[in-house]
Design a protein around this ligand. Sequence first.
Ligand SMILES: *[C@@H]1O[C@H](CO)[C@@H](O)[C@H](O)[C@H]1NC(C)=O
Ligand SMILES: *[C@@H]1O[C@H](CO)[C@@H](O)[C@H](O)[C@H]1NC(C)=O
Ligand SMILES: *[C@@H]1O[C@H](CO)[C@@H](O)[C@H](O)[C@H]1NC(C)=O
Ligand SMILES: *[C@@H]1O[C@H](CO)[C@@H](O)[C@H](O)[C@H]1NC(C)=O
Ligand SMILES: *[C@@H]1O[C@H](CO)[C@@H](O)[C@H](O)[C@H]1NC(C)=O
Ligand SMILES: *[C@@H]1O[C@H](CO)[C@@H](O)[C@H](O)[C@H]1NC(C)=O
Ligand SMILES: *[C@@H]1O[C@H](CO)[C@@H](O)[C@H](O)[C@H]1NC(C)=O
Length: 622
Amino acid sequence: MFLLRAGTTLLLLLVFLGSPRSFSVDYQHDCFRKDGERFRYISGSIHYNRIPRVYWKDRLLKMYMAGLNAIQTYIPWNYHEMYPGQYNFSGDRDVEYFLKLAQDIGFLVILRPGPYICAEWDMGGLPAWLLKNKNIVLRSSDPDYITAVDKWMGKLLPMIKPYLYQNCGPIITVQVENEYGSYFACDYNYLRHLTKLFRSHLGEEVVLFTTDGASPGYLKCGALQDLYATVDFGPGGNVTAAFEAQRYAEPRGPLVNSEFYTGWLDNWGSPHAEVPTAVVAKSLNEILAMGANVNMYMFIGGTNFGYWNGANAPYKPQPTSYDYDAPLTEAGDLTKKYFAIQEVIKELLTISDALDKLSFSGPVNSTNPLTFIELNQVSLDGFLTTLPVNCTKPTPLSSPLNEVHDRAYVSVDGVSAGILERSKVIAINVTGNAGSQLDVLVENMGRINYGKDINDSKGLLSTLYLGTLPLTGWTMYSLSIDEAVSQGLLGDKEATPTDAPQPVALSPPTFYSGSFIIPDGIPDLPQDTYIKLPKWRKGQVWINGFNLGRYWPSRGPQVTLFVPANILSTAAPNNVTVLELEKAPCSAGPCTVEFTADPILNGPVYSDHKQRRRLFSKEDLL
Ligand SMILES: *[C@@H]1O[C@H](CO)[C@@H](O)[C@H](O)[C@H]1NC(C)=O
Ligand SMILES: *[C@@H]1O[C@H](CO)[C@@H](O)[C@H](O)[C@H]1NC(C)=O
Ligand SMILES: *[C@@H]1O[C@H](CO)[C@@H](O)[C@H](O)[C@H]1NC(C)=O
Ligand SMILES: *[C@@H]1O[C@H](CO)[C@@H](O)[C@H](O)[C@H]1NC(C)=O
Ligand SMILES: *[C@@H]1O[C@H](CO)[C@@H](O)[C@H](O)[C@H]1NC(C)=O
Ligand SMILES: *[C@@H]1O[C@H](CO)[C@@H](O)[C@H](O)[C@H]1NC(C)=O
Ligand SMILES: *[C@@H]1O[C@H](CO)[C@@H](O)[C@H](O)[C@H]1NC(C)=O
């Protein structure tokens, strides 16, 4: 038994020529757009103020290796203006250097400059000297408070402006205030003032957002027009319900969890907070499967050096360590949680991501789908088009004449929508907005070899219908999967087991790979054997580039595949590649295949077909 994980080298290289840098919210397609392209971030929180500057690069690199494409940080006002008018942005407080470092490593940045940040940081980041004014109402339109905020932001925001994405920096979004809906004041004029202030310094283009607890009660006082409302919630709950709360304030636009809690804060006198890895991985998997954006709070907690810790009320102060049970420890060490999160992120490497690598001949455009023969294809083809209309209600995607030959794996904007199968399922329901990308991966399951129907073409023999509307404008990728596998283009690293998440119903088709060693010098090795894929559903498996064939234990009766000894090697590690078309077991437990001495060809069958008659005759085949 050994372990597999998604290939690590399937990266789609996108090159944008000549277009200006832009980052925006696409309300119509429920996503962010970066340089015009659909974009989703998977981010982690790191607070530069809790990590010595000499370790910034180390921690950021480790976050990058986990698969994140963005980081999120606060800027604590009181850390930079300890005394009124005395600003410090040097050494450990050099936030500009931190932003440059993040950009050099390849990160985008989600910035949370407050003025209030909470963060288990002394007074939530507000300078204590504000309290010299005994009547001040913090976080409100109180003129004394506003004067101080305006002065601070007048210093900070112009410094930040060159680091905005559209100015060639890493910052894609900027948060205004923090969880304002949890504060008693509910002062919309204060939020309006901050919005105007941020816009006056940063410009009209920047995406400003708010973050609040995931329930309408919080969003009521936290959200404001012109500020994109996002939510925060931890693992273990109902992800769909949590995002429904975001939809209360923001009916359209990308789903965003700005604080997905990997751990939790500590208080002096209470046991250290621990959040199980499996719970974190499960919910993360669910969030990503919904196509949502996520920031993991914290990815590394760090340390409240000096006197910087905050406290909760009724009075419960927080300790010096802000380890947070995060994936990277306070000291920057990798934990089991780190590897589990890395695994969940890797599973996103699907066929759609790898189209360019798998399609040596490049895409072909046509009004109606072409057949496999027309595309010189043998096994699998990717068909892409967009939804021409809004399907807010479930709308049938169908092949009314049963002309999907033979199985089509359908996803909308990267989220699995279902499977069409010849003579079994001619319609599934899809939802999505006009312009959403529809990916249809069509599998040839074998050509008819007997009778009048042996002229068995493969592909989408006629176009698919959305409701009553025929879909046109297809881009087709002929996939050279066997070549890609034998050329090792799909990665070959072994994985560690993770007690990762419960799976969603279907995942987009994905490659997994692993390797195993057969020691040399042992007489009679290697031998013929059988491979078994317990809990895998349907797909194709290769060993050392040799295509062993199809597996489909979820349909039965065949459970094992024959592995001839001649393809196995004692001289080098043997490479196994699995293309799982429906759903890999990796998200529910260890992702393994097994070798067994005995074949199983009579496993259970899961089919709506009635048993045949007792005797087999040629008539049964007609
Ligand atoms: C500014 O902060 C840095 C880093 O904490 C510190 O080394 C330096 O002494 C501070 N400068 C002043 C003038 O306080
Ligand atoms: C999660 O919430 C959604 C939406 O409120 C609901 O339809 C679904 O049944 C819930 N799931 C569970 C397991 O409670
Ligand atoms: C094919 O269609 C896609 C999507 O509409 C388009 O971006 C691309 O430029 C087209 N390619 C050719 C060669 O016409
Ligand atoms: C889809 O809905 C959006 C708003 O929800 C609307 O702006 C757009 O025009 C609609 N598109 C079509 C093709 O109906
Ligand atoms: C599609 O959704 C409609 C409305 O919810 C439902 O009546 C129908 O049975 C669904 N069809 C399929 C194929 O799931
Ligand atoms: C196969 O050939 C028969 C007889 O010529 C014809 O009626 C049928 O349409 C063909 N089927 C396909 C899928 O081309
Ligand atoms: C397995 O893949 C590795 C890395 O590509 C390669 O060095 C090795 O030779 C392969 N093993 C066999 C038996 O082909």
